[in-house]
Ligand binder design. Structure first.
Ligand code: GSH
Length: 236
């Protein structure tokens, strides 16, 4: 059967793009990437009405192209097209748990990750280097400022913006303890094999490791460090 052509429109730094890359790797699917570093970010806005990345273009053997945005929708679509290995547990309880954990990673853990990447000066300088990769240096700086303003506004709407830095550090560590608690004595977050829950959570934790002040404690954690490697997150 001819291979499909898969193009992932991405930012290397985005945890949601990392989530899709992890899923593609587990499914053993070859793909190309289209990067939107620096001021090319404006082009990413025009790919779909949501204006966000990741976006995936999937062209099947007959040449028909489907465009999907949103990491959860993209991975669910890949699962329908390439069911093996499955990323969703079979039993209803484990399937439900995996869904809830994916949603928690995307909708709660992410905002802590965004805070400690974009609103921490040291981390945001590191992030800007990725966001501006291959582009003139000033473009990375502009994106860093834009990201800071946008996410300050979004965190304020969510209520996280009114928490003190100390409370945010405590909140992030509570999340890390929850992950460590779910992993204690086990290989995977749900059931006895890798699932969408591991991929979604590891994608966020991987970004914490790449740029944030928590990198060493996460990478060196007895349960979390080896699990990140098992899921396929590339550590430094
Ligand atoms: N729920 C979406 C979230 C995607 C998302 O927030 N992507 C960020 C990058 S990490 C983005 O595109 N931000 C630009 C913007 O919101 O304008 C998913 O799972 O794909």
């Amino acid at each position: 059967m001819p291979e499909p052509r898969i193009v992932l429109h991405q930012w290397l730094i985005s945890p949601f793009c990392a989530k899709v890359r992890l899923a593609l790797a587990v499914k053993g699917l070859a793909y190309e990437t289209q990067e939107y570093n620096g001021l090319l970010a404006a082009k990413a806005k025009r790919l779909t009405p949501a204006g966000k990345l990741p976006v995936l273009d999937y062209t099947d053997a007959s040449g028909e192209r489907t465009r999907v945005q949103d990491s959860s929708a993209i991975i669910a679509a890949l699962e329908r097209l390439h069911p093996e290995p499955s990323l969703y547990p079979e039993g209803p309880r484990e399937r439900g748990l995996a869904h809830v954990i994916e949603d928690w990673a995307d909708e709660s853990l992410f905002w802590f990750e965004a805070y400690f990447r974009l609103l921490d000066p040291v981390a945001s300088r590191k992030a800007a280097a990725y966001l501006g990769a291959g582009r003139p240096g000033w473009e990375g700086t502009i994106l860093r400022r834009a990201g800071e303003l946008t996410y300050k506004r979004r965190l304020a709407v969510l209520g996280l913006g009114s928490r003190s830095e100390r409370e945010l550090v405590e909140g992030a560590r509570e999340h890390f303890e929850a992950i460590a608690g779910m992993l204690a004595g086990r290989e995977w977050l749900v059931g006895d094999r890798l699932s969408i829950a591991d991929i979604a959570v590891a994608a966020q934790v991987g970004e914490f490791v790449r740029t944030s002040r928590f990198a060493d404690e996460l990478e060196g954690h007895a349960d979390i460090g080896p699990w990140l490697t098992r899921v396929g997150v590339e550590l430094s």
